[in-house]
Design a protein around this ligand. Structure first.
Ligand SMILES: [Zn+2]
Length: 623
């Protein structure tokens, strides 16, 4: 009935309109496809800003080139809007980074809500945003002014400082150019002109903000720092032990020191997904970290700045998980651990990449890395037999060891399950022969090959005295399978007597399966590291329970780790280092204080547990 009425009412104009809508949708779909390819090629952390989730400057270049070409082909207008937050620097300086971050997030969400689906929004610098709009410059200017006028009305409800605003500049993007550079410069210059005009006659912001700052400072005070709740019978012991525990120099068993734009920091940068609360801007510990770290910030090309950071935090030695070691890091303080996963991915990985967007970002990077190892070995193709492939793997491991690596790390949990079967060499060899020169293996074939090579790598770890670090917790991204990487699935490898001379470290302590993980540490060659669990999964109060569970069972098999990594170009690895150190020291003092109060251990035993966990156990693995 309804269909008939519509059919009868359809005029030529409606048909034309439907056609337009259809062709427009096809264009958008084509564009989205291209963008997915770009994203997959670049890898996701390289293209998003972790704080706001917006695309970053790097993707602006890629998308810009693509959009110019697209708009030329379809003769559409393209404009660029440059947006800058007024007085952002003063807010950051007077109110601290935590408030600055909240402002950035609010602005990002505001602009995002007020842009259309066909627009592209980027955060290209500290407080600078760019929107690529598919419209004429007049229309773009009208919309930019609308944003500017609406923005102040959103501040009150969001609890933002009252005097912030947006300055805007708009430029036409001609479609006969090859990149956005000139348009960005014009829009930037107009934005400054706009800012200059609008600030005419206003007093300095610091004065305008002062009442707000004072009120907020009073509200935050020093209590805005997370802490463990200690059982009443243990509070005096806690107060006595904490200063002693704070004096113990730390061996940090797992960290990613480096800068956000350094592609060597991580072989599998984490795709965007929901952040745990401890990594969100409204966690009060950001401000505490900023206070504690005032005056120390690692700088490029400055080894001493990294050493000063470790000194401030009481860290003697930190592991640096990196593809290659950085000259910025002093080998006397930082020990290098490299990534070994890519040896599991020598074949055509397009089948694996097609599983989901996370894998689409990860797989090209694994392909690139294993091929990089291959060309470093002087090869242009995979050798003719599995035996020769394994010899290449061994030579590459030897080479890493010679260049100073102390362990190998697996992030394999991000790529596949922990169920490692025990295939024969003949099975793996047949698959290698079939796919070494091309062709996409089935999921089952690839798994069989990987199961064999993983076990080979584990054996090599024993031969070379390179402990095997395995990411063993839940992970980030939207498609990380927590059930696939339940740490108990590793039992068939960890309890295999063939690998007794290999040292295993379960990085992140199996979280959330930390109760299960500690049972695996009954093996003499298996250790747990607490990184991540202490730095962003849990606050000290919950982490205290993790430590108490572990200390009660295998106190000599657990090690501290921070998982410090750079969040973006403003929030560097130093803050996560602080989260972990603050969390671990306070939670540790609380856990052992409660154990003493419960008459489980003596005070001197508590301190020996603390030294083992914070330093001695990890240090003993790398002598
Ligand atoms: Zn890590």
């Amino acid at each position: 009935m309804f269909v008939t009425a519509v059919a009868i009412g359809a005029s030529a104009a409606t048909v034309a309109l439907l056609f337009l809508v259809w062709s427009y949708r096809r264009r958008v779909q084509a564009l989205e496809r291209d963008l997915r390819v770009i994203r997959a090629e670049l890898g996701h952390a390289a293209i998003t800003d972790p704080l706001t989730g917006l695309y970053n400057r790097r993707l602006l270049t890629e998308v810009g080139n693509h959009q110019i070409e697209h708009h030329r082909r379809f003769r559409l207008a393209l404009s660029l809007v440059y947006i800058d937050i007024d007085r952002f620097k003063e807010i950051n300086d007077t109110r601290g980074h935590a408030v600055g971050d909240r402002v950035l997030l609010h602005v990002a969400q505001f602009i995002n809500r007020h842009t259309r689906e066909a627009d592209y929004l980027f955060r290209i610098g500290g407080d600078e945003f760019v929107v690529l709009m598919s419209c004429s410059p007049d229309e773009a200017l009208r919309r930019a002014r609308e944003l500017q006028a609406t923005f102040p009305t959103t501040l009150g409800d969001a609890g933002m400082p009252p005097n912030i605003g947006l300055s805007v500049g708009v430029a036409d993007v001609p479609t006969n150019v090859k990149d956005l550079d000139a348009a960005i410069k014009r829009a930037d210059a107009r934005m400054y002109e706009d800012k200059r005009k609008r600030s005419g006659g206003q007093g300095p912001l610091t004065l305008a903000l002062l009442p707000f700052c004072l009120a907020a400072l009073a509200a935050i005070s020093l209590s805005a720092q997370s802490r463990p709740l200690v059982a009443p019978a243990a509070t005096a012991i806690y107060a006595r032990l904490l200063p002693q525990i704070e004096r113990i120099k730390i061996f940090d068993h797992h960290a990613h020191p480096g800068f956000a734009d350094d592609p060597e920091v991580d072989a599998a940068p984490v795709p965007p997904g929901a952040s745990p609360f401890r990594l969100r801007p409204d966690n009060p510990d950001w401000a505490a970290a900023a206070r504690a770290l005032a005056g120390v910030a690692p700088k490029r090309g400055d080894r001493q700045s990294w050493n000063r950071l470790l000194d401030r935090l009481g860290i003697e030695t930190s592991i640096a998980n990196r593809i290659t070691m950085s000259d910025d890091l002093d080998p006397a303080r930082f020990k290098w651990v490299f990534y070994a996963d890519s040896f599991l991915f020598p074949f055509d990985n397009s089948g694996l990449a097609a599983r989901n967007p996370d894998q689409a970002a990860f797989m090209p990077m694994q392909t690139k890395l294993v091929q990089r190892f291959r060309s470093q070995a002087g090869l242009t193709a995979w050798p003719a037999s599995l035996g020769e492939y394994l010899a290449f793997v061994s030579r590459t491991l030897d080479d890493h060891k010679r260049r100073g690596a102390v362990a190998m790390k697996f992030e394999v949990a991000y790529f596949r399950s922990f169920v490692f079967d025990d295939p024969t060499r003949e099975q793996a060899s047949a698959i290698y022969d079939r796919y070494r020169a091309g062709g996409v293996p089935s999921a089952a074939e690839y798994k069989t090959f990987q199961d064999f090579v993983f076990r080979f790598l584990v054996t090599e770890g024993g031969r070379l005295h390179l402990p095997v670090h395995i990411h063993s917790s839940a992970g980030a991204g939207d498609y990380f399978s927590v059930s696939d990487v339940n740490v108990l699935n590793l039992e068939t490898v960890l309890r295999d007597p063939r690998y007794l001379s290999t040292t295993f470290v379960l990085i992140h302590g199996g979280y959330p399966f930390y109760r299960e993980a500690i049972l695996l540490a009954s093996m003499k060659n298996v250790y747990l590291d607490s990184s991540g669990t202490d730095s962003f999964f849990l606050f000290p109060d919950a982490f205290k329970d993790v430590l108490r569970t572990w200390l009660t069972q295998y106190p000599d098999k657990i090690t501290f780790g921070s998982d410090a990594f750079p969040l973006d170009e403003y929030i560097g690895a130093e803050r996560i280092y602080w989260f972990a150190v603050h969390n671990a020291r306070t939670a540790l003092a609380a856990a052992v204080a409660e154990m003493i109060a419960a008459r489980e251990i003596s005070e001197s035993k508590a301190l020996s547990f603390a030294r083992a966990y914070l330093h001695d156990t990890a240090a003993s693995l790398y002598r």
